[in-house]
Every structure is written in C-alpha cells, then in structure tokens.
Design a protein around this ligand. Structure first.
Ligand SMILES: [Zn+2]
Length: 334
C-alpha cells in the first residue's frame, strides 16, 4: 500500500493536480502531524525509529504546512473544529527529547509556526531512559549473537545485519505485555544480552529541561501532557492510569504556572487507551486527547479525546507529505 500511495502522490504532484485540488478546496478539517525527534540517527545506540526526519526535511514540511493550511495552536482548536470551511493543521511532538528544543524550535520560531510539545514528565525530572531506547541500547551494546528463547519470545538473532529486526521484534512484544510484566521482560533482555540495563550516564542530556520548556512556551509554543513514565495506559488499572494522567498534569502546570488542556496517549494506537482513559482525562481537566494511528479530523465529527494524528517518519516522501495536505482522505491513512 505504501508503494502505491507513493506512486499516486508523485503522479498527483507531477501532473499539477495537486495545485488544482488545493485551489478548489477538496477537504475541510484538521490534519495533525506528529514528530518525536528530528535530526540524523546515524550511529545512535538508541531507538532509531523515533527520528521522524532530518532538520532540512522538517523545515520543508513546516513550509508546506504553512502554504497549504492554517497552522494553529491548542487554543484555536475548538473554533477550528466548528469551522465547516477551514483547512487547519497542528504540529505536535511527543516525549520531550532535547532535539525538540535545540533543532526543531529554532526552525519553528524562524517560520513563525506554532507547535505543541507533549512531555513525559518523569523523563524530564529524572533523566531516565525510555523503554524503547533502553531496549535498542541493550541490543546494540550486546556482544552476544542471540537472545535465547524466553516466556515472551522465541530465539532472536542479534548480530548484524539483524539488529534492527531484533529491536523491532522486542519493541513489538513489549507493547502488548501487561504493564506489570514489562520490568521482568527488560530484566530478561538485560541479563541475556550481557549488557545490563542502559546506564544513566548514557542518557545525559537526552531530554529537555524545564527552562527550555518555559522558553518555548513564552515563544508561543503549546505544552501538553504525556504521562509521568510513558506506560501504555490501557495496560494499567484505573488507579494507575489516574496517577499517570493527573500527576504529570500537575507537574507541568507547576513548572509553567498555568493550566494545560491537551494530552497525547503514549504509543496512541487504538488499543493503547480506552474509555476509562478518556474519562480520566476529562476528570483531570483536559479538553483534548490526541491519538496516533493516522486519519484527519472533519469539522463537527471529532471526538475530543481521540483527535487523530498522522505519524511523520523517514519513509514519508515529500510528495506524500504534500499529498497529505491536499488529499488527507487518501494520504492521512496508513
Ligand atoms: Zn511517546
């Protein structure tokens, strides 16, 4: 499907149909794009899958968004979703990586483009490694050739060129585990890989600090919640979900000195949050919850606690990105 859509996108662009569709206004609503990290992952021991694009591509994409849509922040979202004739977009970042501040923020500022940064407060406060980066680090740092069979996985080959496949397989397994099993799973990888868990100094400087967050806010960026420790909320009890949602909200509000109204669900697939999660967000005082499985929002048809977002990844070509802003009915789906 990806190949077919890439072909369609480049045909659309080359034939000039793109311009035509844009001028007749083929869609109305909101396209929200999501990034994690920008820059070049080459050589990193961490999860290279969370780099969305290079800074050069990022700048081009922001220009495309500005040219084709009205870029808005969270405060304008309610009005935008009531406007039957608008074409809006929101730029979002998840997790709180340092490159959001060092590399993306200067580009956003120079282009006068607002964006929303959803923060995992425990990462900023404690400087802990995220579970996906921990898994990638253990696989890459391991001198062993394979991981033996375990209660969770069959034998996984580690040595090159299989490392990326091994990382993806372990991440996939992690994401479906009951949360109270995830610690044992990480301990198993740490022991069987011979590396131990990713040591704290490796993570130094990986996350933004609160001064950076305040500076971005003062420059017109929006800040939102993304839990304390980045668990997959639907794998937790209601009490645990409440703790993750409410504590992270209070933490961000204390640092900013103002309330926040938007949240993004960790991992964000349909099975990663549930009706309880949505209810708890509302109870905590949130107005919006963002998911992460594609699609765009049509005016009058948006669930406030399931605002769709489209992932930006290195496989998303420029034409496909432009297609997303011209014909999201087709290109906002995976
Ligand atoms: Zn996240």
């Amino acid at each position: 499907m990806t190949g077919k859509k890439d072909f369609l996108a480049s045909t659309l662009y080359r034939s000039g149909l793109n311009r035509l569709l844009r001028s007749v206004g083929s869609w109305h609503g909101l396209v929200t794009v999501n990034y994690h990290r920008v820059g070049n992952p080459r050589g990193s021991y961490f999860d290279r899958g969370v780099w969305s694009c290079t800074t050069a591509e990022f700048e081009k994409q922001i220009r495309d968004l500005k040219r084709n849509t009205d870029l808005i922040g969270i405060k304008d979202l309610d009005d935008a979703m009531r406007d039957p004739n608008g074409r809006y977009s929101i730029i979002t970042f998840d997790d709180g990586y340092i490159d959001n501040y060092e590399d993306a923020f200067p580009i956003l500022k120079s282009l006068d483009a607002p964006a929303t940064f959803f923060l995992t407060t425990g990462f900023l406060d404690e400087g802990n490694v995220a579970w996906w980066d921990d898994i990638a680090w253990m696989v890459r740092a391991s001198l062993r050739k394979k991981l033996p069979t375990s209660p969770w996985t069959s034998e996984i080959v580690f040595d090159e060129p299989h490392r990326n496949v091994a990382i993806n397989e372990l991440l996939k397994t992690f994401k479906v585990l009951p949360w109270n099993e995830t610690r044992d799973f990480l301990t198993f990888i740490a022991t069987a890989s011979g590396t131990g868990r990713c040591p704290h100094p490796e993570v130094d400087g990986l996350w933004m600090n609160w001064d950076m967050v305040r500076e971005m806010r003062q420059a017109g960026m929006d800040i939102g919640g993304h839990t304390v420790g980045h668990p997959i909320l639907a794998r937790l009890s209601a009490e645990e979900q409440w703790c993750e949602i409410s504590v992270s909200k209070a933490r961000i509000e204390a640092e900013l000195g103002e309330t926040i109204s938007a949240f993004s669900y960790p991992v964000g697939q349909p099975d990663c949050f549930d009706e309880t999660t949505k209810l708890l967000l509302k109870q905590a005082g949130y107005d919006w919850g963002f998911s992460f499985y594609g699609h765009y929002a049509r005016p009058g048809h948006v669930d406030h606690f399931d605002v769709p977002r489209v992932p930006v990844d290195p496989y998303l070509s420029r034409n496909r990105f432009r297609g997303l802003l011209t014909l999201p009915q087709l290109f906002a789906t995976s």
